[in-house]
Ligand binder design. Structure first.
Ligand code: V55
Ligand code: FE
Length: 485
């Protein structure tokens, strides 16, 4: 390539483009990897392979780059691969960036008007023998879970006709049912929503279509035994704006959050809309229902956290200037009143949650998250300036009390989303390990930390040292070897 990457915050410090694919066998281990851990920790994040066509880049616009830590018998190997999207192929062939702004096809090069612009950078989910690399504006790509070779762009064999699919599907542990949705389901900025469900073999078992109250972002979903919930956030799309070369999303402080609830297997007419005051619903911890009362746990940011999607005046609140509330919403399905009732569990700035996957949709106790703890020190002289999202703590939260068992990663480090791995398939809830990447910002490299989920404050039982850095990732999952076999 002949154009350098811009020296902008998005492309600086430990988050400079990495672009290097490879395999690292037998990583160096401090402490001991619990011998019962057997599986793969997959995650993905954006790693823009070519400099943006114009100016700086949106941090969510990079090419999907997958990291797979294979853990077995106390040892760990790592595989790093790009998702070989049509877009990345086209750019490699041209040896330059051809795609424009985040979700704005009007800014793409003439030569790629008919090339799919999926980047598959937000989550990697294993289902029915495939590893799906997902981003909410396009269909996922299917990868081989062992080699990470990219197989095809995936529409469940043509059963899924929406133009996009969420990066946050939910899987029922017992039945293997895979539930997800599409927003902007008839093309970018449309107000169409579709909900889909597939059985453990990938056969479609449910599909409904309906209109969104406003064409906003729906980043996540939750399932309970009887319902699916889609939190709609006041980040609103406009086709007219992107045609003018603007940004797809705009923060709308006058709009409510809306929790869209549908009984599983229901019709479009069964969909209900529960309103709550303007704020930004974050990532789902879990949901469950009990006698017509539906509960949803998730952190809610009290203002816009996406500084790259500001309001109509281009304004955004400085990060850290407003609170995050880990909230348990209650939706009374037997009551016609469509107000959502909040119950704040914790005011920690905790995000990127997982629950124990075996309890998805069921009454449960524990959430595993990372948090930004402002009371802990940070050493910018050694670790460099902080750009964008920043987390420094892994934690297990008792969701019935909000009490958190925490581990601070140190004043020259930052964390990435942790996952939970149970000790065995029938271990009690929470009896297992939290695994998360820690960026050693002063050393320009990363570690994988493994902590006892019920004893976080003790610190890692194993610290797996990498000779390379892993840029900020977005989401990942632990897949036990038994599920991969
Ligand atoms: C999110 C992430 C995205 C995206 C939209 O975390 C929302 C939220 C990494 O890409 O495109
Ligand atoms: Fe997400």
């Amino acid at each position: 390539m002949t154009t350098p990457f811009p020296k902008s915050p998005t492309f600086s410090t430990i988050d400079e483009p990495f672009r290097f694919e490879g395999d690292l066998y037998d990583l160096e281990i401090e402490g001991q990897i619990p011998p019962e851990l057997d599986g793969t920790f997959y995650s993905v994040g954006p790693d823009q392979a070519y400099p943006p066509k114009m100016g700086d880049a949106n941090p969510f616009n990079g090419d999907g780059f997958v990291r797979a830590f294979r853990i077995n018998n106390g040892f760990c190997d790592l595989k790093l691969r790009y998702v070989m999207t049509d877009r990345l192929r086209a750019e490699r062939e041209a040896r330059r960036g051809l795609f424009g702004e985040y979700r704005n096809r009007y800014t793409d090069d003439e030569s790629v008007q008919n090339v799919n612009r999926a980047v598959a950078n937000t989550n990697v989910v294993h289902h029915n023998g495939k590893l799906l690399a997902m981003k909410e504006d396009q269909n996922p790509y299917a990868l081989d879970p062992y080699t990470l070779e990219t197989l095809e762009q995936y529409t469940w064999g043509g059963q899924m006709e929406a133009t996009s699919f969420t990066a946050h599907p939910k899987i029922d542990y017992e039945t293997g049912e895979f539930i997800g949705y599409s927003y902007a389901a008839k093309g970018e900025a449309t107000d169409d929503i579709a909900i889909y469900s597939f059985d453990k073999h990938g056969n479609k078992t449910w599909e409904i279509w309906f209109k969104s109250p406003y064409p906003g972002m729906i980043h996540e979903c939750a399932i309970s035994e009887n319902y699916i919930i889609l939190p709609l956030m006041p980040q609103v799309m406009s086709d007219e704006r992107i045609r003018r070369g603007g940004i797809l999303f705009q923060w709308e402080p006058s709009l409510d959050q809306v929790y869209i609830v549908c009984p599983k297997g229901g019709d479009a007419g069964d969909v209900r809309f529960f309103h709550a005051p303007n704020a930004m619903p974050g990532h789902v911890v879990n949901a469950f229902d009990d006698n017509g009362k539906l509960y949803l746990d998730l952190p809610v940011a009290l203002d816009n956290v996406f500084w790259f999607f500001p309001d109509k005046d281009g304004k955004f609140p400085p990060p850290g200037s407003f609170g995050t509330e880990v909230t348990r919403w209650c939706f009374d399905m037997n009551d016609k009143n469509s107000q959502a009732s909040p119950n704040v569990i914790s005011t920690m700035a905790a995000e990127f949650p997982h629950c124990d996957d075996r309890y998805v949709g069921k009454p449960y106790k524990y959430g595993f998250m990372q948090a930004s703890d402002p009371t802990q020190p940070y050493n910018p002289e050694r670790a460099g300036p902080i750009m964008g999202f920043f987390f420094n703590t892994f934690l297990t939260m008792d969701m019935s009390t909000g009490k958190a068992d925490t581990w601070f990663c140190g004043d020259t480090s930052s964390t990435q989303e942790p996952v939970f791995a149970p000790k065995s398939a029938n271990a009690p809830e929470g009896d297992g390990y939290v695994l998360g990447i820690v960026n050693r910002r002063d050393e320009n490299r990363s570690d994988l930390a493994i902590l006892d989920a019920m004893n976080m404050s003790e610190g890692p039982v194993a610290n797996i040292k990498l000779p390379v850095r892993l840029k900020y990732g977005i989401h990942g999952n632990w897949v036990p070897a038994s599920a991969l076999a």
